[in-house]
Design a protein around this ligand. Structure first.
Ligand code: SF4
Length: 329
């Protein structure tokens, strides 16, 4: 009997992944699955209700996903072709059962998937050229990479978009990528990011459940010898970047935000906020979203050693309000 999987929307990658794990755990072959997206009438298997990892039957083999497959999925799910989920699940299934498939670039399923990914990419580039606001986080990533609306983008290695679930309920916003973030293309992975991750862990927040990004998307620095030293973006540079942050907020649609530092607070609120005076307070944006004001972790790193412990404890207490905030997590 065919299984019907209903995804939350046409580009519900997370739901697709969960469904694939559940289907594979039950060894449901590709030909027995009907994929539907939100809004269409459907019955049966809810993609979000697949068995959790612990419920996976012990005899089921682990699902092995080659590194290049997920970036391909990210693009293919954005295609309009109604058969895209069929194709992706079939490919994933075949990758488990046909060891030589990944080295067969001429395989018809591979060819079609790559073709769809290329069409999606080309559409994104056309939209960016036409000045349209990106309609997905992937499209935003492509648009940021091409952006040169302020001088910062000329010198950075790459743009660093935020990361996290598309509909995270809580969004943290820092200032701009640092040296490590610029090299790795991910936010909050350098020394300040590590302190931030430690704080999240101590607060019981799984970093993967929140959205983490920056107000400015490229790294601004000055060279001192071989070292790249962080430079605060000028107001006009931050202002040029504001529409990207607002697009990101509109796409993620969080219930609450946390401004880490003065640049983030000014960008999110539209006016200068004295962070040391307002830290720990909730402000309200014009769009009704609440913003918790907090120090940027790099401010803690710069403190005198004897002040650090107390400052870290106070920072944690401020951030704890985001956890306590009704409905934020
Ligand atoms: S910092 Fe922002 S506005 Fe400036 S080039 Fe990068 S993405 Fe564009």
């Amino acid at each position: 009997m065919p299984r019907t999987v209903t995804l939350a929307g046409g580009a519900d990658l997370e739901g697709f992944r969960r469904a694939c794990r559940a289907l594979w755990a039950e060894q449901v072959e590709p030909g027995r699955v009907r994929w539907r997206t939100g809004g269409e009438a459907a019955e049966a298997l809810d993609a979000g209700a697949g068995p959790p990892p612990s419920a996976t039957p012990p005899f089921a083999r682990a699902l092995h996903v080659p590194a290049a497959f997920m970036p391909l999925c990210e693009q293919v799910v954005l295609h309009r072709d109604a058969g895209r989920f069929d194709l992706l699940y079939r490919l994933l299934w075949r990758l488990q059962t046909e060891p030589g498939l990944r080295h067969d670039p001429g395989d018809a399923d591979w060819v079609r998937a790559r073709e769809m990914a290329r069409e999606v990419h080309d559409d994104m580039v056309k939209s960016a050229d036409g000045g349209e606001a990106p309609r997905s986080l992937l499209a935003l990533r492509v648009a940021l990479e091409r952006c040169r609306e302020c001088p910062i983008g000329e010198h950075a290695t790459q743009a660093v978009p935020g990361e996290g679930p598309r509909h995270a309920r809580l969004m943290f916003v820092g200032e701009q990528p640092g040296d490590q973030e610029d090299l790795q293309g991910r936010p909050f992975v350098g020394p300040a990011g590590q302190l931030f991750s430690r704080a999240l862990a101590e607060l019981g927040i799984d970093r993967r459940t929140v959205y983490i990004g920056n107000a400015v998307k490229h790294f601004k620095f000055e060279l001192r010898g071989k070292r790249r030293i962080h430079k605060t973006p000028a107001q006009e540079e931050a202002a040029a970047c504001l529409h990207w942050l607002e697009t990101e907020i509109a796409l993620v649609d969080p219930e609450a935000l946390v401004a880490l530092g003065a640049t983030a607070a000014r960008q999110l609120m539209g006016f200068a906020v004295a962070v040391t005076r307002s830290r720990g307070q909730w402000l309200k944006r014009a769009d009704g979203r609440r913003v918790l004001i907090a120090l940027h972790p790099s401010a803690l790193l710069r403190m005198e050693p004897e002040d650090k412990e107390a400052a870290y404890a106070a920072w944690l207490a401020d951030l704890r309000q985001a956890v306590a905030s009704k409905g934020a997590l």
